[in-house]
Every structure is written in C-alpha cells, then in structure tokens.
Design a binder for this molecule. Sequence first.
Ligand SMILES: NC(=O)c1ccc[n+]([C@@H]2O[C@H](COP(=O)([O-])OP(=O)(O)OC[C@H]3O[C@@H](n4cnc5c(N)ncnc54)[C@H](OP(=O)(O)O)[C@@H]3O)[C@@H](O)[C@H]2O)c1
Length: 324
Amino acid sequence: MIWSDDRSPDTAEAAICAAAGGTTASEITAGETTLGVIGLGRMAQALVLPLIEAGLLDRQRLRAVVASEASAERLRHSHQLVVSTDPLQAWQAPVVLLAVKPQQLEGVAAALAAAEAPPRPRLLISVLAGVTLARLQRLFPSCLIVRAVPNTPCLVRAGLTGLAWGEGLSAAQKEWVQQLFARVGEVLELPEPQLDGFLALTSSGPAFVALVAEAMADGAVAAGLPRSLAQHLAHRTLAGTAALLHERELHPGQLKDMVTSPAGTTIAGLRHLERAGLRSALIEAVLAAADRSRELAGEAAEQPVSARVDHFLTSQQPSVQRLG
Ligand SMILES: NC(=O)c1ccc[n+]([C@@H]2O[C@H](COP(=O)([O-])OP(=O)(O)OC[C@H]3O[C@@H](n4cnc5c(N)ncnc54)[C@H](OP(=O)(O)O)[C@@H]3O)[C@@H](O)[C@H]2O)c1
C-alpha cells in the first residue's frame, strides 16, 4: 500500500487496486513499485516530498525517473529515493505521475512505445501544463487519464490542485486521486477548459506574488529598513493579508477600504500603484500565462485565451469597458 495514514491497510490497498484498474492485491503487495513518477523535477518533488516527510508515502514504494544521471544521483543522495533514467522503471507501477515539461512529452511517449513494456500503468496522472486529456489519451491509449494542475505551495502542504477526469474512471479511482492531492492542499474538480486559467492564477501566481513581496521589501529598504527585516515584514504582511481575506471571507476591495483612511498613507501609495498600472499589469500577466500554457502544450487554440476575452469585451455594450 502507499499510504500509512488513518485508513486501514485493507481499505487503502483496495483503493489502490481500484485506482490501478483492478490490479490484484497480491500483485501490489508483491510488486516492487507502487507509485511511479516520470519527471521528478520541481513540481513532482513539491507533491511527493511532503508526503514522504509526513510519513504518508513510503519512499521505498516510489519509483522515480529523471532525464539525467546527474539529477538521479542528486535525488538519491539528498532524499534516499529510488531514481533512475529509464522510464520503464516507473511505468511498471499501477499508478504513474507524469511530470515532465510539455516539450518532453513526445520523447517520453516514444520511449515507452518503443519498449517492450507491459500495459501498465492503468492510471496515469499528468500535471503537464496545457496538455489536454484527449492528447494524453491518444499517446497512452491503454491508460485511464487524470489531468491535474497542482502548485508549488504543495511543498508546505498549502497547495491548490485542479483536477479534470478522463473517460472511464470509477468513483473510487477519482476519490483515490483526490486524496492523493488533498494531502498537500485543497483540491478542486473543474471542467477541463478552465484548467488553463486555473494554472495561470494558481501555478504562475506564486511567482507574481513573490515579485510583489520582493518589490515591497525593496521599498522598505529604500525607506531605511535593513534587508532581512524588510523581507520578513513583506512575507508576514502577505501571509497575514491572505489569512484575513480568507478567514473573514472579505472581498479584496473591502479589505483595501478598511486600511485606507482619508488623506492617509495608504491612499497615497495606492495612487502610485494605480498610476503605474499595477492592476492592469496583473490582469494581463494572468492572461499571458494562460495563453502560454496552451502554446507550450503544442496545441495553441485558434484564438488564445486573451484574444477570446478581447473579442468578448469588444462585442459587448459600450458600457462594458476593458480594465486597465
Ligand atoms: N512548477 C509549477 O509550479 C507547475 C505547476 C503546475 C504544473 N506544472 C507542470 O509540471 C511539469 C514539470 O514542471 P517542473 O517545473 O517540475 O519542471 P522541471 O523541474 O524541469 O522537471 C522536469 C523533470 O522531468 C525530467 N525529465 C525530462 N525529460 C525526461 C524524460 N525523457 N524522461 C524522464 N524524465 C524526464 C527532468 O529530469 P532532469 O532533472 O534530469 O532534467 C526533471 O526531473 C511541467 O509539465 C509543468 O507544466 C508545473
């Protein structure tokens, strides 16, 4: 079994058997592998390392694959994981997490197709940005497919994961996948077309927010604070603001108004941000990330997400204005 959590071994094993599409309990117990990972890079590590550290995933049950021997050696040394450069090592597992870059997908599929591999895994969970269920199903026709969009805060078990299901998964299989990602954060089921926007906000978003944190710390340094203190204060300000928004279920505009007194310091700063176009810049950044997600998948839509939104805005009544 994979999990050593509060579920009974029988339940957990049954769930994995179900996830594996009917693989027998004896195969799983006797098998060398339980969870395969093809592409143990930043995203896959953000998912599996917290599980291992929390004792929820047995590191001996992980069969990870990377491209270079240097990366494999580094991971073996730093995390005592079983890591190879042969995709078949992971492909033997009943459940495989696919986490290479979208540009590396065809190479992986070709390597697996060329090998004399048994028809495993039964369940393939892809985190590749923009790569559609239909394309994954074409490349891996014998697999049940799940498309997942996790984000890096999974590393501290504060992640967000969007899930879209391929054809044929049972309720038990879906529950198993949901539980996998629930261990590192919140899980949402979404219609597949919404996943590009979801990724743009939640996966690229941490970089946008980090940029804001860095810039705010720079501002405090300019105002005379030591760098380390400025950074600490910027992080705590972002974390505290997020907690306040979330726990009090405030609209961001409400929170802004709460801290903006007439002719005060905050409105002076807000005037600068509006003049500099911060709001518009962030809107366009999220749209650009959504478009790029589709481009990287090699399946750029006839119209990118931003063009479709532009069309929507210009086709509306004159009262509908584009922001920014
Ligand atoms: N980072 C995020 O926030 C995020 C969020 C959502 C989705 N994603 C998706 O997650 C995927 C991985 O992103 P990442 O940021 O983790 O990339 P990354 O750090 O570059 O990891 C890619 C991994 O794939 C391995 N790899 C490359 N070619 C391979 C092959 N032919 N066979 C086996 N392994 C191979 C690489 O090995 P080497 O180290 O040896 O090169 C590396 O371990 C992408 O598809 C991305 O769209 C990422």
